[in-house]
Structures are given as C-alpha cells and as structure tokens.
Design a protein around this ligand. Structure first.
Ligand code: FE2
Length: 311
C-alpha cells in the first residue's frame, strides 16, 4: 500500500445484495457489517456436515469453510473485511449470525470462515487448538485476569508473550446469562490522548521481557518493544500482567502507560450481543474488559482466535 493510499481516509459504508456495511453506532472507527439472512442460511445449510471435529482435525477444512462463505457472500465481502482490518483509520468491525442460529458448532464454523478470509489463526497454546473458548463465572481460581469477573481486565494487545506475529484478533460471544457489565473495552491507538508522551519516552523502544503464567502453556520468554512502526505508523505491544520490568523507573513507565490508557475518554465499552463477534487489528487496537456486577449465576463464554494476515 502506498503512502498516498494510506493518507486517504476511506469509507467502507455500502449496501450490496448479500451484505451491508454501516458505521458502528458506538464508534466512528468501527463498522458494523450485516450479512443477509439468505446468505447466512445458505452458508449453514451447505456446510451442515462441517462439524467442529472436522474443522479441528483437518486444517484445510477451515479454508474450505472460508471459501464457501466467500462464494455465497461474494468476493466484495472478503475484500471489504480485509480492507477494513488493514485500514489504519478503522481496523475493526462487528458482525454476527443475527437470529439465524444459537448453535455453538455453527458459531465456531462462522467465526472460522471469517478468520480464514483474513489470514491464518495462530495455535492457541491455552486450548491446544486454533481457537479457544473461555468462560467467566462467579468464582475463579486461575492465574491471570482473563476469567476474573469482578475486576477490570486492563487494556492490552494479544500475543505479547509468543514469538509469532499476532496481527488480528477475533472475539465472539457464545453465551451470556445473568451478566451485567463485562463489556469489551477498546481503544484505537490514535485516539489515545497521551500517546505522544509515552512514545517519546526513551523506554518506548526498550525490549521488555514478557513471560506467560502457567495456564497459557507457553514456557518461552520473549523480548518486546512497547512501540514499533509498521507502514510508518506507530503500533503497540503491551499487557501489564506479563511484562517484567527490571527497575523502578521501568515499572513506573509501564504503570503510568497502563493507567493513562484506562483513564482515556475515548475508550469504547462495546455492546456485543450473543452470536456476534468483533474483529480488530491487534497492532493498533487495545482491548480489555469491564468488570461484571456480582451475580452467583453469572455465565459468559467467549471464543477467541488471533493470528496473522494472509501472505
Ligand atoms: Fe486479550
């Protein structure tokens, strides 16, 4: 992509026979894509034999599912979602299966088709699969904030402690009962008021050590710069829980950076109905989760995939 192309602010709002794209009601950065009922029905009907097991056991089936979605929704659909995710001014959209299904297998199938139109998911060591499902409920004894319902899960990017590119992230809501709060908190790097302050600090390009807790099943340590450039634009790699500073000064830099983002007025608290998903460019979007209100019956399940863009 040339610099010229990047500088032009693009607008992806459109209406086609098989889908339409609108500005997201909660953010000027995000789009909401609505696929027509007929396309969703045809996709599930033509892939009715594509079980979760077949997707998990035979990797090529994941791309076959993507090809089917593209065949039915049109190449303009896959071009649009790719362009949005690569677009610096946006880099994110929501989409869902609407009321067409609440079948978990079909949720997995739909999210798999979408992710494989964008790229290839990384192996998720936490689940041992190309995707992971995780539940938040009233009680939790794990070793990170991922499943702790009543604390805010602070803004971060994914893939900090693995040694492979994590260009994009997909989160789909699989189930939600007795849940108040718990919205995904999102921040586009260019909306962060104090970006300049932290990017100009000498520690911006310091290689911090990242180590994962036991539950992630990742043993290696990696060194990561907090800020780096891609296509001449600043990108970020950060999660407070797994960064290991080596001095008081470094600890203060990380703490101040995290609290500055948390307090930023441009953080969005995204409403995502069950059966819907959000896809984000993980290089310049940060994500986290608001705390839930206490409820002993709380049950919320998300599916995640993250990976690299297509070569
Ligand atoms: Fe995350």
């Amino acid at each position: 992509m040339s610099m010229l192309e990047q500088d032009v602010k693009r607008d992806f709002v459109k209406e086609e026979n098989t889908f339409r794209v609108r500005k997201h009601p909660q953010s000027n950065r995000l789009y909401h894509i609505e696929i027509s009922d007929a396309v969703i029905r045809q996709f599930f009907s033509e892939l009715k034999d594509m079980s979760t097991e077949r997707l998990e056991y035979v990797p090529y089936n994941r791309f076959i599912a993507a090809a089917k979605l593209e065949e039915i929704a049109g190449t303009s659909f896959s071009q649009t979602i790719n362009s949005i995710l690569h677009d610096r001014a946006s880099g994110g959209f929501t989409i869902g299966v609407k009321e067409q299904t609440n079948n978990i297998g079909e949720y997995i199938l739909f999210s798999t088709a979408l992710s494989h139109l964008i790229g290839e998911p990384n192996f998720d060591a936490m689940s041992g699969k190309y995707y992971a499902r995780f539940t938040v409920k009233d009680t939790d004894n794990s070793d990170s904030y991922l499943r702790q319902a009543y604390r805010r899960f602070t803004l971060h990017t994914d893939g900090t402690f693995v040694d492979e590119p994590t260009d994009w992230l997909l989160m789909m809501k699989m189930a939600e009962e007795h849940a108040v709060g718990g919205e995904s908190r999102l921040l586009h790097l260019d909306d962060w008021k104090e970006l300049d302050r932290f990017i100009k600090d000498p520690l911006a390009s310091y290689e911090f050590t990242y180590k994962a807790p036991a539950s992630k099943n990742v043993q290696e340590e990696v060194k990561r710069k907090t800020f780096f450039l891609k296509n001449n634009n600043p990108c970020i790699c950060f999660i407070d829980q797994f960064a290991y500073p080596e001095s008081i000064q470094q600890a203060k830099y990380l703490r101040d950076l995290s609290s500055s983002m948390e307090e930023d007025e441009n953080v969005i608290e995204l409403k995502l109905p069950t059966g819907n998903l959000v896809m984000l460019n993980n290089l310049f979007w940060l994500h986290g989760r608001a705390a839930f209100e206490k409820n002993v019956q709380l049950h919320r399940e998300l599916l995640r995939q993250r990976g690299r863009f297509l070569k």
